[in-house]
Design a protein around this ligand. Sequence first.
Ligand code: IMO
Ligand code: MG
Length: 423
Amino acid sequence: MKNVNVVLGAFYGDEGKGKIIDYLSRNAKYAVRFSGGNNAGHSIEVNNVKFAFHLLPSGILNKNIKAILGNGVVIDPKVLLEEIDNLKEHGYKVDNLYISEKAHVILPYHIILDELLESIRGKNKIGTTKRGIGPAYCDKFERCGIRMEDFISDSFYDLLKINIANKNVFLKAYGYPELKFDDVYKEYSSYAKKLKKYVCDTTTMLHKAIKKNENILCEGAQATLLDIDFGSYPFVTSSNPTIGGVSTGTGIGSRYINEVIGVIKAYSSRVGEGPYVTEQKNAIGDMIRELGHEYGTTTKRPRRCGWLDIVALNYAIMINGMTSIALNHLDTIGKLDKIKLCVAYKYNGKITTDFSTNMDFLNNSEAVYEEFEGNFGDISKCKTFDELPLKAQKYVQRIEELTNTPIKFIGTGAGRDDIIVRE
Ligand code: IMO
Ligand code: MG
């Protein structure tokens, strides 16, 4: 009964999880988001239409799939309705969406507070997506959050009233305009009406599927190094995008999990503040950004770019128990003359391959590189590993060797079918 597969980001997000999810969802009956919210940005191109999902599981494009927003997700109802409408405009019925009654709702004060808290942090800002994610999770753990089941019921009125009164005290203290309860209630209760039909007990639903041996695909958002516990705190998101988040964010215990696929790019990127050992703040980083179109799907921010980091990757494999790797953008890195791969760090004069999220360690470690030949040529037509140029094979094999983990998927281009699958 191990029919749950999980796709997780290994680094700082934007590894191209959408592409792998899109491929795997062809064989899945359920596609589940378990953590985060619309801070994510997963793009998939179908019949020349580019879809950018922030909240909906990307698997929803497969009409035979049941798409679930699990209890661990924080939901901005306005954004969700926009995504649903966009799908409808493209001919999707969206009658295959199920939202956990336990998922928490992002309300306007969360978004304002995200912005306000960032401005208070000043030069120590995190560089959040300003989507209200952190404040929404704060309320969840403070136990004043509003869950979907509250949102669609009469209790929304009282809960919202208390919350707005409390948040206004804070907003006023910082000279921000106060929120007007009546306006927010009117707008958001209209969203609640529209979303009500999707709200249900998704945990029971998933367990019925597990019993029937139906395939479930859990779609990670964000990534290991953005994890609130295992990432580069405080430069992280406010949830657990790592493997534990699958269980707490869906109600599926670890015994049902089969494959855990870690997604990486053949280089690396980070958006927002925080340490980044293999970052290239130079012409190479600029070139990777342009070749890989490394600009945010969610915030349009230029991403910081650098080399692939095996030290961090092995940490992600360890934390999540990743069983295989999906390597994206091999075509992109193959456009460079020379490619570097970080195989160790030098910290306090000592070479180490042990990763740590200790800030001093991350801020003062220097990457130790191996160099590879680039110039792979056009690899988008390669459908098997053997068809790849030897130079490309060598790079992929070295990553497998250093991680002791099979690379099962290789992204060879931007298109949906530009992928090599190795069984
Ligand atoms: P996907 O799913 C890249 C980053 C933000 C910021 C930090 C905290 O597309 O890989 P938050 O708004 O979550 O409080 O911001 O986390 N971040 C991401 N970076 N991809 C993402 O998602 C991200 N989600 C959050 O840039 O540094
Ligand atoms: Mg992103």
